[in-house]
Design a protein around this ligand. Sequence first.
Ligand SMILES: [Zn+2]
Length: 93
Amino acid sequence: MMWFRRAPAGRPLPDDPDCHEVARVLQSFLDGELGPEDAEKVAAHLALCEPCDIETATVDAVRDAIRIQRPDIDAEDLSRLERFVDEIDQHTT
Ligand SMILES: [Zn+2]
């Protein structure tokens, strides 16, 4: 059993994260790398926030597409995807 959990990038989320903070950890959230407390906050925000919800669905779809079409690809395409998320983030905030 693992006692530690992987720290999310940067500082932990506040109790009521805004869109920007959710977007910052979205990649980790989708990768299942976020701690359970932060993941809960992100999920709660996504359930109520339409722009973020759309963003998550988009990123999920893209990641699935990459996995299905090119299961051998990882770092390069995923870092490109992260930049794509950053662009969406700039439009929605
Ligand atoms: Zn939001």
